[in-house]
Design a protein around this ligand. Structure first.
Ligand SMILES: [Zn+2]
Ligand SMILES: [Zn+2]
Length: 145
């Protein structure tokens, strides 16, 4: 079956929707302490796209700029101001890309290590109660380091 032109998703309340065109560059499962805090769980699972291929629709977008205490660089988190749903982020360290959390796609069943490049990063702070797939490579810090 041919890949669709775009995939859709959004926040919990439906106030923010997105369209993501084409295939993602990669999927990054991030175990850093910042992702644990911003998601409220063990890790962030971010589908990474060139930013011009993601269209955000809706009136409830809020941005928060976080300064990394490790790198000193900014990360802009985007979320719904009504329901608090996490819609990913952009980061100074990787210009031109943005992420969409895997769980915000209406149908995320197409995401698989068999079809996309998956990486686990910052496994130095991985919680041992969250199992990791043996299909996915792991990096103590980021794969760029
Ligand atoms: Zn919402
Ligand atoms: Zn992280």
């Amino acid at each position: 079956m041919a890949a669709p032109g775009f995939r859709e998703g959004g926040c919990v309340c439906g106030g923010l929707r997105f369209k993501a065109w084409g295939e993602p560059l990669r999927v990054t499962i991030c175990h850093c302490l910042w992702c644990q805090r911003r998601t409220g769980t063990a890790f962030g699972t971010e589908v990474v796209y060139p930013e011009e291929r993601v269209e955000l629709l809706g009136e409830t977008l809020v941005r928060y700029r976080h300064m990394s205490d490790e790198s000193g660089r900014w990360l802009d988190v985007e979320f719904c101001g009504r329901c608090g749903g996490n819609l990913g982020f952009r980061l100074e360290a990787a210009p031109g890309i943005r992420t969409l959390p895997a769980g915000t796609f209406d149908d995320a069943t197409w995401l698989s290590p068999a079809g996309q490049t998956f990486r686990q990063v910052f496994v130095r702070s991985r919680r041992d109660w969250a199992d990791a797939s043996p299909l996915v490579e792991m990096h103590e810090r980021h794969f760029r380091n």
